[in-house]
Design a binder for this molecule. Structure first.
Ligand SMILES: [Zn+2]
Length: 424
């Protein structure tokens, strides 16, 4: 690490910087007091009064940290801090504080409050970074990564009509958050606007918790594709049709579900495939099912792997067709999410930061979507995971220990400082 041209703290002293674990825990607990339902359960859904109050609390924290705070046209809360080198693009960091209905107090909040804790550490140690910094609390992450998508210029106009559990549409919600749907263009940050973007988040798969590791270095956020699969057989009398003469669509569907699981497990790699919904028709105990509609979802970091797994599943469906007298039809749905890879150089910087802090780490992929996914459209991104107890998320049972949160925030701080010094 070098010495800053204009800063008041040397590189060597920077290495000793640590976040304040108790202060981070304290802000998390205070934020959790906003947005509870009548029974005291957390329910800080985007656009709700609790969301607006929580954002006001967070904006106050940003101001205390010396940040210049504004709300962009898409309702993103942004705190900025100047850099010392003219012409450098900002380094961005942040996450979200909204939650799914009856969600938990860690998903999004840990990364948001850790980013603000980083700002406070920089401020109290009078660290001046070369790059300007932007601390971003994205609006309505859980309702379709609205804020980050708008920032990346990828929010479709029809999305503004989507209503969430508060009863407000996204368009109304943006106005409630202090944004302006008539000026959404102004929220767009063109590709290359950021030097890099970093997001800290709880790991929602439970791997770090199970393996007893401190830090997940995220290689990317998996892409996702959905299909509706219709299996057609022949509905017939369940009492009079002999077993050998049946064209049972539900039986074929059951074999198909098994095959999906086997094929996903049979390939090397981390791909996942799921049948999560099924309906049998006509749906009576005394009628052989003539038609079944089920869902198929495949996720992976590589489009090519998704294609390959889908081909194998098609082959298995074809084999089932031949000996069951049924047909399978696959309809691809327009709900695809492209895989988003994190920047390998940032991955390496996160590893270096974790190693220097003496924290254990492993590379992993994110099976859930995050704001960083859309930010990857306009900036090199890095993601840091911390353990989540039992891998639980989207539930009031979410829990990450204060030590694990502080470890993640320290890695966020030092990744930011390393990028600031080594990148232009
Ligand atoms: Zn989240």
């Amino acid at each position: 690490m070098g010495v800053f041209c204009c800063g008041l703290i040397t590189g060597h002293a920077q290495e000793a910087l640590r976040v304040n674990q108790d202060r981070l825990q304290g802000t998390l607990e205070t934020l959790a007091t906003y947005g509870k339902d009548a029974s005291g359960q957390p329910n800080r859904v985007a656009f709700s009064d609790g969301d607006i109050q929580g954002r006001a609390y967070v904006a106050g924290l940003m101001k205390q940290a010396g940040l210049q705070v504004r709300t962009d046209a898409a309702g993103n809360l942004i705190g900025t801090r100047p850099g010392t080198v003219a012409g450098l693009k900002p380094l961005g960091l942040g996450s979200h504080i909204d939650m799914v209905p009856h969600g938990g107090n860690y998903d999004g909040c840990v990364g948001s409050l850790a980013a603000i804790e980083v700002a406070r550490v920089l401020q109290e140690n009078q660290v001046q970074t070369r790059h300007p910094l932007e601390f971003i609390i994205f609006s309505n992450e859980e309702g379709g990564v609205m804020g980050s998508r708008a920032m990346a210029g990828a929010l479709k106009p029809e999305a503004l009509q989507v209503v969430n559990s508060t009863g407000y549409s996204m368009g109304q919600g943006i106005q409630r958050l202090g944004g302006d749907t008539t000026r959404l263009q102004e929220a767009i940050r063109p590709k290359g606007s950021f030097a890099a973007f970093l997001e800290l988040h709880i790991e929602q798969g439970g791997i770090l918790d199970r393996e007893g590791e401190d830090i997940g270095v995220v290689e990317g956020i998996v892409g996702l594709r959905w299909w509706d699969v219709t299996v057609k057989g022949m509905a017939n009398h369940a009492g009079t049709t002999p077993m050998g003469l049946r064209q049972d669509a539900l039986l074929a569907a059951a074999r198909f579900i098994q095959a999906v699981n086997e094929e996903a497990k049979g390939m090397d790699g981390k791909q996942v495939a799921t049948v999560g919904r099924i309906a049998a028709y006509p749906g009576a105990p005394n009628v052989i099912p003539g038609e079944v509609v089920l869902s198929l979802e495949i996720r992976d970091l590589s489009d090519a792997v998704i294609d390959a797994l889908y081909e194998r599943i098609l082959e298995r469906a074809s084999a089932i067709t031949q000996d069951s007298g049924t047909t399978f039809a696959f309809e691809a749905l327009d709900t695809t999410g492209k895989p988003a890879l994190t920047d390998p150089r940032i991955q390496q910087t996160i590893q270096e930061a974790a190693d220097a802090l003496g924290l254990s780490r492993r590379n992993m992929q994110s099976g859930a979507g995050h704001d960083a996914q859309d930010m990857a459209l306009i900036a090199p991104v890095g993601m840091i995971f911390v353990p989540s107890n039992g891998g639980i998320s989207h539930s009031p049972e979410e829990y990450t220990s204060r030590e694990d949160m502080a470890h993640g925030a320290d890695v966020l701080l030092h990744t930011l400082l390393l990028l600031d010094q080594s990148w232009d």
